[in-house]
Design a protein around this ligand. Structure first.
Ligand code: PLP
Length: 373
């Protein structure tokens, strides 16, 4: 089945009791027992389980081709719960270029709790190998990376993890299953911030973990999900399920526009460098062809000059909204180093663009007028 058909099938089942084509939102926090004290549908209480959340979780598993999906109240809650399933003394290997919240969780929450971690440039496979120790339990990849759009070889990195008895987790937020299915490259867990492309309209916060197999580790995380309760509300689950129905068309349209924007910026006299997997000069071209169906709608651009020039350029834009986050239908732009704070290693002249559904010609005209001096 093609992805678009799968996405519809996974999120659309008419309600068997009423025939409602759009499934209802089960707001109830509690579920009644019958005369003999049994739970007719197996639901007890919404923290451990809820029908609307369960529908989303099944859809997430189907989209990625995994055995089990779990929904969380944010991407960070998903990452947090995965790390909570480890034990003090365990070690994590993490990409050097990753969403800044992931290393922040490890440093500020889990390091004091007893986890150790090593950050490594995942393009350097020898460095990945050297970073993996006997107590490494998790190798955490993010590809394309944030904000440099570098590509990790998932097949090799997951093999290195497995050789050491560790699991390979892939943060697939930027690619989405439309562009890349990490289980096809032997990853064990896929993580998403559903806040981004999966919901797609910048109006819901959510996260997900999807497991290739229903292992003991997956069951431990299921336990933590219900026990610690970082779960999304039924309404938020319903919004993410609705977003998934249009994921394929949105990503494809946004990718076509992003390619045009990247080509316009690449080679413009006011631009130092463009980072986009769809450009022929991307250093990881071979890997992109092997691993991704299309280059996606995220790109970064380094403007000639430093932070001041980049911020002056931002100020002149009329169609792009100056805001963090990504994956919505409206185009966003941000000065990434400001968002990441004083410890950021991101170049000061770098701007990150999330391309939405506006017409490419209008976006390019806006960028052109802001670059003109
Ligand atoms: C946004 C994001 C996260 C964190 O997700 P939240 O929903 O904001 O908690 C993690 N990874 C990536 C790649 C992201 O873009």
């Amino acid at each position: 089945m093609h992805f678009d058909t799968l996405a519809l099938r996974a999120t659309h089942q008419p309600d068997p009791t009423t025939g409602a084509v759009v499934p209802p939102i089960y707001l109830s926090t509690t579920f009644a027992r019958n005369e003999t004290n049994e739970l007719p549908a197996g639901y007890t209480y919404t923290r451990p389980n809820n029908p609307t959340r369960e529908a989303l979780e099944k859809a997430l598993a189907a989209l990625e081709g995994g055995a089990v999906g779990m929904a969380f109240s944010s991407g960070q809650a998903a990452a947090m719960t995965l790390f909570q399933a480890l034990s003090p003394g365990d070690h994590v290997v993490l990409s050097a270029d990753a969403y800044y919240g992931t290393p922040a969780l490890l440093e500020q929450v889990f390091h004091p709790w007893g986890l150790t971690y090593t950050r490594v440039d995942m393009r350097n496979l020898d460095a990945v190998q050297q970073a993996i120790h006997g107590n490494t339990r998790v190798v955490w990849c993010e590809t394309p990376s944030n904000p440099m759009l570098s590509i990790t070889d998932l097949l090799t990195v997951s093999r290195l993890a497995h050789e050491a008895g560790a699991i390979c987790v892939c943060d697939n937020t930027w690619a989405t299953p439309v562009l890349q299915r990490p289980f096809d490259f032997n990853c064990d867990v896929v993580m998403h911030s559903t806040t981004k492309y999966l919901s797609g309209h910048s109006d819901v916060l959510g996260g997900a973990l999807i497991f290739k197999r229903d292992t003991e580790f997956a069951q431990r995380i299921r336990l933590l999900q219900g026990l610690s309760g970082a779960v999304p509300s039924p309404f938020d689950c319903w919004l993410v399920s609705r977003g998934i129905k249009t994921l394929g068309v949105r990503i494809r349209a946004q990718t076509v526009t992003a390619q045009a924007v990247a080509e316009f910026l690449n080679g413009h006299y006011g631009v130092e460098k463009v980072h986009y997997p769809g450009l022929l000069n991307h250093p990881d071209r071979a890997l992109i062809q092997q691993q991704m169906n299309a280059p996606g709608a995220m790109l970064s651009v380094q403007i000639n000059g430093g932070a001041a020039e980049a911020i002056r350029f931002l100020g002149k834009l009329k169609l792009f909204t100056r805001a963090t986050s990504l994956g919505g239908v409206e185009s966003l732009i941000e000065h990434r180093a400001s968002v990441e704070g004083p410890t950021s290693a991101t170049p000061q002249n770098l701007l990150r663009l999330s391309i939405g559904l506006e017409h490419a010609d209008d976006l390019i005209a806006d960028l052109a007028q802001a670059l003109a001096d």
